[in-house]
Ligand binder design. Structure first.
Ligand SMILES: *[C@@H]1O[C@H](CO)[C@@H](O)[C@H](O)[C@H]1NC(C)=O
Ligand SMILES: *[C@@H]1O[C@H](CO)[C@@H](O)[C@H](O)[C@H]1NC(C)=O
Ligand SMILES: *[C@@H]1O[C@H](CO)[C@@H](O)[C@H](O)[C@H]1NC(C)=O
Length: 299
């Protein structure tokens, strides 16, 4: 059965914000693209192939916390879609942004690269119970490889390449595994004994802030969309492994911790916009998107 396109209000709202951020972009680029390039950092919600060659239980074809999205308006992207694929399509790209794993040594990095890795987190140790994954620091190291390769392809010096990189859109969505594959697995990780939820959200935000500043300072990122966390306490696997939820459909203490992180992230976005005035950071409220998604029957 063919699915007709529907734009979830939260996604439409996000796209509206995204396009207003892009207001300063002059003209269109190759093949009707709104921006020349799109770079992606994240976990299984964004991963489109980086984990396929890694010894891990988290493959992009089996995302534990991914959200299903309907086909986009052009029908060009038919399967394996996630929110970054939807955004790529709206930005006018004629294909998926290739995974880092598929681009090593190739020329197709001019349109951008997807660095996301299922099971990964802001913290290096998050998700280690799954096996190999590329944490945010690892994704930034891979981005460094991508950028030096890009400098060669463009045949420009570093400042010329940065001018190109300034025009790209960047999406980052991490933090889920720092909770469900770290903080809320007390038998495997000590973080919940070291930090209260407030303290943990703060240390995560501080580390994320450093990582995002690296993206800004070293690699010329200027338009960055930061995705908050979904209602992780409502994920069926989380509910199942928690047993009693006191009559709630979700595990409330997990959702409470997630909201503390999301509020921190919003503040981080405000501060980064205040401090790095030639950049634009936007916060994407996935908590609301996901709450709508969970009210639809899952596939
Ligand atoms: C980089 O190349 C541009 C021309 O493409 C030139 O104007 C600029 O001076 C160069 N910068 C450095 C640091 O070499
Ligand atoms: C259920 O309620 C008790 C007492 O308020 C609380 O300690 C516990 O964390 C709750 N359990 C869940 C799964 O939210
Ligand atoms: C922004 O700048 C203020 C003042 O210098 C500083 O206290 C704060 O830590 C900075 N925040 C970020 C996220 O860079």
């Amino acid at each position: 059965m063919k699915e007709s396109y529907y734009c979830n209000p939260a996604i439409c709202c996000f796209l509206f914000i995204l396009f207003s951020v892009l207001g300063s972009v002059h003209g269109r680029h190759d093949r009707g693209q709104l921006v020349p390039c799109f770079f992606i950092f994240g976990d299984s919600s964004f991963d489109n192939g980086n984990n396929d060659a890694l010894p891990t239980l988290v493959k992009s074809n089996y995302p534990p916390y991914g959200i299903d999205f309907p086909a986009g308006p052009t029908g060009r992207f038919s399967n394996g879609r996630n929110i970054v694929d939807i955004i790529s399509e709206f930005l006018g790209f004629d294909d998926y942004i290739p995974s880092f794993a598929s681009t090593v040594g190739g020329e197709d990095i001019l349109k951008g690269v997807n660095h996301a890795s299922g099971g990964s987190g802001i913290r290096a140790e998050s998700g280690q119970q799954y096996g190999a994954r590329i944490s945010m620091d690892g994704q930034l190291r891979n981005h460094q490889i991508t950028v030096s390769h890009l400098i060669n392809i463009l045949g420009q010096n570093e400042s010329g390449a940065k001018e190109y990189l300034n025009k790209c859109i960047y999406a980052a969505g991490l933090g889920t595994n720092d909770y469900v594959s770290n903080y809320f697995l007390p038998l495997l990780y000590p973080t919940s004994r070291i930090y209260t939820p407030e303290q943990y959200a703060l240390v995560l935000a501080q580390q994320y802030s450093q990582q995002l500043k690296t993206l800004y300072t070293d690699y010329g990122a200027r338009k960055i969309a930061l995705f908050g966390l979904a209602q992780l306490g409502c994920a069926p696997s989380v509910v199942a492994s928690n047993g009693a939820t006191n009559g709630s459909a979700c595990v409330d203490y997990i959702n409470d911790a997630v909201q503390i992180f999301n509020n921190r992230l919003k503040r981080l976005v405000d501060e980064l916009n205040g401090n790095l005035t030639d950049a634009k950071f936007i916060h994407v409220n996935v908590y609301e998107i996901a709450s709508e998604a969970t009210s639809y029957p899952s596939k």
